[in-house]
Design a protein around this ligand. Structure first.
Ligand code: PMP
Length: 470
């Protein structure tokens, strides 16, 4: 196989390079969202021309099996005909009115029906906006200032959430970005995911000031880390995992005891790990839920929602102001409705589960064969291959995974036509469009890429694609 193996040129090829050179003159770092620039894996980003089903084609015509799925948005794969049809029909009738439509009523109804915690929802345009608005609402409802988030938890780029803490648990936040004032950051308390003691400490110190705690119920932005039981650290959570009071249940208890609201940021997990999100899988009901990605079927759309009495505080029924020119724009909402309808088809999540389980088991075996220690965390169709021999249960263990090995693996896969997330602390996603043949091809590529990764230090570099280390 080695001699005949076709390898894509690093960075996609000539056209991608030309575009990147031009893009860097016109946009900061040549991109519109930082991770797209491949800074943490090195090399040149590949410019994408089109996607269909589980596959992407770049500007030079190279094909890739896509496990990014637009950061989880594309649970049905690229350009699903029903989704394209719904969005096209909507845009033909007018792309935006700035006035209410029937489509919004339909989608809000579907969200309320799907999520146990949501009695009313507000549609917005991005996950950042959903979270920012939910936090404003929590602060207004509780008349308190502080919020608790977790180290390594990403909730969009609004000021009070661009904080991840220094070394100590339950530390008062320091800004992650210039431009976020120390004053804003000091209202954010950062605790450690899966470490209930760090949360207890935060509430013991600041309980009366804490408006809300926000958590990704399955962490996705430190790579996939499921919530676990405090007394079984190391065990996998998830549907087959332990069911007794665990991390999420403890968060529910602590927030209730302290009169704070619990916000589940299900921007990734909503309609992804199950139709009813992680809250259905783990049976924990938050006060507010943030959604994004899947609910827009690949179009700009997000939402926040919760109990009626809370949501009725939002303008115009209440005083908490929040608005949006393109909120609930028909093409996005129509694509979202079409996506959710397809997700209701019997067996869809079972299929995703089977594809993802088979893929992750194959990846584990391929890594083992190559002598490359990995820990693969997976919940449904979201998974991360961490290059470490330790279990990954929190941000610290995720960060301890090997950056250079991930880069070597990433580039090895990319050159063999498989697109993984361009950062080791991210989730990969499978879609319902991924076939058995895609899995086979991915695993073939993975055998070679894991071998290169295992030998990254001794193999004399990575041939044509040496990673620039972050
Ligand atoms: N919350 C979570 C859990 C996310 O993963 C993201 C984006 N990846 C956001 C919020 C922000 O969403 P957006 O990029 O649409 O602003």
């Amino acid at each position: 196989m080695a001699e005949e193996e076709h390898l894509n040129p690093p960075g996609g090829g000539r056209r991608s390079k030309e575009l990147y050179d031009r893009a860097r003159q016109l946009m900061p770092g040549g991109v519109n969202s930082p991770v797209r620039a491949f800074r943490s894996v090195g090399g040149t980003p590949v410019f994408i021309e089109r996607g269909q089903g589980a596959h992407l084609w770049d500007a030079d015509g190279n094909r890739y099996i896509d496990y990014l799925c637009s950061w989880g948005a594309l649970i049905l794969g690229h350009a699903h005909p029903e989704v394209v049809k719904a969005a096209t029909e909507a845009v033909r009738k007018g792309s935006t009115f700035g006035a209410p439509t029937e489509l919004e009523v339909t989608l809000a109804g579907m969200i309320v029906e799907a999520l146990p915690s949501v009695e009313m929802a507000r549609l917005v345009t991005s996950g950042t906006e959903a979270v920012m608005s939910a936090i404003r609402l929590a602060r207004a409802a509780t008349k308190r200032r502080k919020i608790v988030k977790f180290e390594g938890g990403y909730h969009g780029h609004s000021d009070s959430l661009l904080v991840r803490a220094g070394s100590g648990a339950a530390a008062l936040g320091v800004p992650d970005s210039p431009g976020v004032t120390a004053g804003t950051a000091s209202d954010t308390i950062v605790a450690s995911y899966n470490d209930i003691e760090s949360v207890e400490e935060a509430f013991a110190k600041h309980g009366e000031d804490i408006a809300c705690l926000i958590v990704e119920p399955v962490a996705g932005n430190m790579g996939v880390v499921p919530p676990i039981r405090p007394d079984t650290v190391g065990a996998q959570g998830g549907p087959e995992g332990p069911r007794e009071p665990g991390f999420l249940e403890e968060l529910r208890r602590l927030t209730l005891e302290n009169g704070s609201l619990l916000i589940f940021d299900e921007v990734i997990t909503g309609f992804r790990v199950a139709y009813g999100g992680a809250q259905t899988l783990w049976g924990v009901t938050p006060d507010l839920t943030c959604l994004g990605k899947v609910i827009g079927g690949g179009f700009p759309l997000a939402a926040y929602g919760g109990r009626k009495e809370l949501m009725e505080l939002v303008a115009p029924s209440g005083p908490v102001y929040q608005a949006g020119t393109l909120a609930g724009a028909p093409p996005s909402v129509a694509a979202g409705i079409a996506t959710l309808k397809l997700l209701q088809e019997p067996g869809l999540y079972d299929g995703l589960e089977q594809t993802s389980a088979r893929l992750c088991e194959g990846l584990r075996q391929a890594a083992e064969k190559a002598g490359c220690p990995v820990c693969i965390n997976r919940v449904g169709s979201m998974f991360t291959v961490f290059f470490t021999s330790e279990k990954v249960t929190d941000f610290a263990t995720a960060c301890a995974s090997h950056a250079e090995r991930y880069s070597a693996f990433f580039h090895g896969m990319l050159r063999r036509g498989v697109y993984f997330p361009p950062s080791r602390l991210e989730s990969a996603f499978a879609s319902s469009a991924h076939s058995e043949e895609d899995t086979e091809r991915t695993l073939e590529a993975a055998e070679a890429a894991f071998s290169e990764s295992a030998g990254w230090r001794t193999a004399g570099g990575l041939g044509a694609a040496p990673p620039t280390l972050p």
